[in-house]
Ligand binder design. Structure first.
Ligand code: C2E
Ligand code: MG
Ligand code: MG
Length: 565
């Protein structure tokens, strides 16, 4: 072996060099290995004889070899030293290790490097840990897709690249329509599986340049780079919807899902990460409001609507505080006696600045902001107190129906709130009816039976509102202690013209009979509808034809005059 040293102690140095517990090597001016430490051969799995005389670059990965030849070696020959240069070395068994190499050199009289000596530090474990930390910080654990941080990063890159190349970027915000239901009824295991399936299906429909990320929960975002037109992103959206609606096997059963997609496009809808994500989210909500299973492009109306929502929210808070809300009462009529048996309480809000705002507009805002809790309690208390007052003034006992929103129903103190109001107003619980939509019950299915049973034990009546429009499951219906089904307005409306809807109404009436439930038809506006319902032996009706919702003061008069024909 040729010694890198020329002094007299070379044997002693050679011995020390070999025994050092560090990977060390010396190279000649051509980059060939002159000497190596034992530890070097140990780590790399080669014998000394195999290695001496070969080039160091033979032990580098392809990429590191290129880096060495193109950048690091020329620099080394120029400077005479290098420090902590990252390389990947390939062991004899093929395993790749990450190392940092530092080297110094000996130059001849002309300043040319004649030989060098280097220390090599194995940082493979450190690198692995770094990569793991990166993965944990940037990828979603469940689906392995980029998380919200990496998504923002990618979108930022996409936007910069889009600006340079004059390309568009589409941001698609995707939310599953019934994820909560899957989680609650089939369990988290099924929910997790569904999310993985969805992530894979979405990835399966995009190109290499695109990103599929999971924001958390059942929210995904897809970035499409360089799309040509809106129609282009709509095509992707339709493909995603088709993929989402393919059945998934969950807990041994085929489950059909759907999703809602909102689309915002750079540069038309915005130029920053935050704006585009916010607008895509708004558009997704608009798709949700249409009942899901569809996509929507962001439009300025949506921003307008969001501003309006904010104004509603502020005004509603004040209205609640100032008691600017009122209740109207709509009669419910028994078809066998033609008498009013009860009233549904419906909230009314006439604002000085925004005009008459219908509940369908402000109740969702109240739900979103949590205002529904004080508002819902106010409705219940006012309606119950009114019913007591009517009874005290000599009117016959009348049932009072109150609408309850999903969020109220889901609150752990819901029953307690009702109990308190009943006690404070002194209303007989038998005269109170709670109206819940199918969706409300289905969304909270795990606790629903317990809560409903609890209400029933207290003799409170339970009605399913807008039956037929939600995500109904007759199997569940059978297990729930409901007293009354309210047939949704939209079926009753065209009962006389639409065969399909007529059949649905007949079926619902038949079903209620079988399940021993009372049935009431909503939205009766014409004599012909009333006649049909009577013929079908529908128990009760409610609608403009029989009486519009009216202020409390008008009710005593209505009771004395109303008769149906
Ligand atoms: P809903 O509970 O299904 O109430 C029936 C709706 O149909 C009421 O609309 C009523 O005015 C309307 N209606 C009644 N008869 C007819 C008819 O013959 N034709 C037509 N076209 N409509 C009829 P409203 O008062 O605008 O309420 C809409 C929805 O807002 C209600 O639907 C209910 O879901 C919700 N809502 C109303 N008041 C409250 C409340 O105090 N709390 C909660 N959580 N929701 C409420
Ligand atoms: Mg109702
Ligand atoms: Mg209804």
């Amino acid at each position: 072996m040729v010694s890198p040293y020329s002094d007299d102690d070379s044997d002693r140095y050679r011995e020390l060099y070999r025994k050092t517990p560090i990977m060390m090597h010396s190279l000649d001016r051509h980059g060939r290995l002159l000497a190596i430490s034992d530890f070097w051969t140990e780590v790399m799995g080669y014998s000394r004889d195999e290695v001496i005389g070969t080039k160091l670059t033979d032990y580098l990965s392809d990429q590191s070899r290129r880096d060495a030849e193109e950048t690091n070696l020329p620099q080394f020959f120029r400077l005479g030293y290098i420090r902590d240069i990252p390389y990947q070395m390939v062991k004899k068994n093929g395993e790749v290790i990450d190392v940092l190499i530092s080297a110094s050199s000996e130059k001849d009289a002309d300043g040319n490097v004649v030989r060098s000596m280097a220390g090599v530090i194995d940082v493979t474990e450190q690198k692995k840990a770094d990569r793991e930390i990166y993965r944990l910080a940037h990828f979603d654990q469940l689906t392995g897709k980029p998380n919200r941080f990496l998504l923002r990063d990618r979108l930022k890159q996409n936007l910069a690249q889009g600006a340079r190349e004059g390309q568009r970027v589409a941001v698609l915000f995707i939310d599953l329509d019934r994820f909560k239901w899957v989680n609650d009824t089939l369990g988290h295991h099924a929910g997790d599986k569904l999310l993985k399936v969805v992530a894979d299906r979405l990835s399966g429909c995009v190109r290499k340049v695109d990103t599929v990320a999971r924001l958390g929960g059942d929210e995904f975002v897809v970035l499409l780079y360089g799309i040509l037109s809106n129609e282009d992103s709509a095509t992707f959206a339709r493909r995603f919807l088709a993929e989402l609606s393919r059945p998934t096997l969950l807990e041994g059963k085929e489950f059909l899902n759907s999703g809602s997609i909102g689309i915002a496009i750079y540069p038309m809808d915005g130029k920053t990460v935050d704006t585009l994500l916010r607008k895509a989210d708004m558009a997704m909500y608009a798709a949700k409001e249409q009942g899901g299973g569809t996509y929507q492009f962001f439009s300025s109306d949506m921003a307008e609507r969001a501003r309006e929502n904010l104004s509603i929210q502020n005004n509603l808070r004040r209205a609640l505080h100032n008691q600017d809300l009122t209740l109207h009462y709509q009669p419910q009529i028994d078809l066998s006696t033609n008498r009013i048996t009860g009233f549904e309480a419906l909230i009314r809000w006439d604002t000085p600045s925004l005009g008459d705002i219908p509940p369908s507009r402000f109740i969702p805002v109240a739900e979103e902001t949590g205002l529904i809790f004080p508002l819902g309690e106010w409705v219940l208390r006012t309606a119950c107190a009114q019913a007591v007052r009517w009874h005290q003034s000599g009117l016959p006992p009348l049932r009072i129906a109150v609408n309850i929103s999903a969020r109220q129903f889901a609150r752990p103190d819901f029953i307690e709130m009702i109990e308190t109001v009943l006690q404070q107003t002194g209303l007989d619980p038998r005269l109170l009816e709670i109206e819940l939509t199918e969706t409300t019950v289905m969304e909270h299915i795990q606790d629903a039976i317990a809560t409903l049973t609890d209400l029933k034990v207290r003799h409170i009546n339970l009605a399913i509102d807008d039956f037929g429009t939600g995500f109904s499951s007759l199997v569940y219906l059978k297990n729930f202690p409901f007293d009354r089904i309210k047939i949704a307005q939209e079926f009753v409306r065209d009962i006389t013209e639409n065969h399909g809807h007529r059949a649905i109404v007949e079926a619902i009436i038949g079903l209620s009979r079988t399940l021993n439930l009372h049935v009431i038809a909503e939205g009766v506006e014409q004599q012909a509808q009333l006649d049909f319902l009577r013929a079908q032996q529908c128990h009760e009706v409610q609608g403009f034809f029989c009486g519009r919702p009216q202020p409390a003061a008008a009710i005593p008069q209505l009771l004395s005059s109303s008769r149906l024909h």
